[in-house]
Design a protein around this ligand. Structure first.
Ligand code: NIG
Ligand code: FE
Length: 419
């Protein structure tokens, strides 16, 4: 008989997110569900009463009773700016008093002020800041995340940030998928020489970062005040030639055709999308490009305009939700809070916000074969939540429901031991 290392049983609701368990919720829920884990992988998923037919728990294996609890895949945060130094609470207050995000940037705040702080910070400082953020995210149930560079904007500083991510990845249970965002904004020293900065990104940064395998994706802030459509296309095409998969910050503050570009170049996701056009939605649906929506940024910037999530979903776009964790527009590590906002602000259903932070999010990061659902053969990334059903997750907000987090078969967070 085959031996397994971990069994979770009696889950009131086990959300598999797998198409093989069809049910009316659309989340593949198994009542009185169980999961068996062998090593780092899921070995079996099914009903508790079927346990023990094909395998047994190793003698020193672990058993978790999930009675009255909900079990689901680990959350996936598909868009973060994890590594930065400094903070911008002053801008938060200025915005409350009526200044806009762009006005603040024009007065010397914004991304460039974080670039200054991040350039000054040492590797160790950035590492310890990043670690604290990862610990917070883990306690909220995140087991995989995407992290963008983009607060260095010089070869040396972008490399430093990506190396910090690599070191964090090696020492923390959360899996970090690194993205190069050298095209976040034009740095101060290139203010009057933007094409030279773009050349630097294209000629030096992309080849070096690809060669050292420091990033898997390449992103561009495509926006009136950042990079034009043509510039974005040039940068993403170059990234592609060097094996970096394209992603794009598109149509956040103004309509700019970013979604159409994402569809045209086969991006893995287009993110933000407050001002996406109807045509953009259609093209993304046609090409199967997921949208990553960032309610924390809409909320924190008091944006009047929200991305048209319902229209996207109705057209067949896979809609993901992410924190956008960054010091300017979304200073939060809480993906569960984004799920609540996805429901109340963007009118997504509880089912949709769960898909958007698991299986769809995995796809936006090219990880859908490894994570995002509970299926035999996938990574054993699981959450044990102290809630009676899945709707509670977005409904009961602002508190932590996560009791245990399992990453690759190991318990890496246990609320009862964390105080
Ligand atoms: O995703 N849009 C560009 N970048 C960030 C904001 C960065 C900042 O303000 O520091 C975002 O919202
Ligand atoms: Fe962002």
């Amino acid at each position: 008989m085959i031996e397994v290392d971990l069994v979770i049983k009696n889950a009131q609701e086990l959300l598999t997110l797998s198409p093989s368990f069809k049910d009316e919720s659309g989340l593949g829920i198994i009542r009185s569900g169980a999961v068996a884990v062998k090593g780092t992988k899921i070995f079996w998923v099914g009903k508790t009463e079927e346990l023990g037919e094909k395998f047994i728990l190793r003698r020193d294996g672990r058993e978790i009773d999930a009675r009255e609890k909900t079990v689901m895949p680990g959350l996936i945060d598909a868009h973060t700016h994890l590594v930065f130094a400094g903070s911008r609470e002053n801008e938060f207050e200025q915005r409350i008093r009526g200044l806009s995000y762009l006005e603040i940037a024009e007065r010397g705040g914004g991304i460039l002020s974080t670039v200054e702080a991040t350039r000054k910070a040492s590797f160790d400082e950035l590492f310890s800041l990043g670690k604290k953020r990862l610990d917070r995210m883990l306690s909220k149930g995140v087991t995989t995340l995407e992290a963008k560079s983009g607060y260095g904007l010089s070869l040396q500083d972008e490399v430093k940030i990506l190396q910090v991510m690599k070191a964090l990845q090696e020492s923390h249970p959360i899996e970090i998928v690194p993205t190069f965002l050298g095209a976040h904004t034009i740095p101060r020293e290139f203010r009057d020489a933007r094409s030279r900065y773009i050349d630097l990104v294209i000629e030096e940064m992309i080849p070096r970062i690809a060669q050292e395998r420091l990033a898997e994706f390449c992103d561009v802030f495509c926006e009136e005040k950042a990079f034009t459509l043509e510039e974005s296309k040039r940068i993403l095409d170059r990234g592609k030639r060097y094996g970096l998969k394209p992603k794009i910050h598109a149509d956040q503050l103004s309509p700019g055709g970013g979604a159409e570009l994402a569809a045209g170049i086969g991006a893995f996701s287009a993110d933000h999308l407050e001002y996406i056009s109807r045509e953009g939605i259609k093209k993304m649906a046609e090409k199967g490009v997921p949208a990553v929506l960032l309610p924390g940024a809409s909320f924190s910037l008091s944006m009047k305009k929200y991305p048209p999530a319902r229209e996207m979903i109705e057209e067949g776009v896979a809609v993901c939700l992410a924190t956008d964790l960054n010091p300017g527009s979304s200073m939060t590590e809480s993906l569960p809070l984004m799920m609540t906002m996805g429901c109340t602000m963007f009118k997504m259903s509880p089912k949709e916000v769960i898909q958007g932070t698991t299986i769809h999010a995995a796809r936006s990061m090219a990880r859908e074969k490894e994570v995002g659902s509970l299926e035999a053969g996938k990574e054993a990334d699981l959450l044990l939540l102290d809630i009676p059903n899945y709707r509670y997750l977005p409904y009961h907000f602002g508190v932590d429901h996560v009791e245990q987090v399992i990453k690759k078969g190991k318990v890496v967070f246990n609320k009862s031991l964390s105080h």
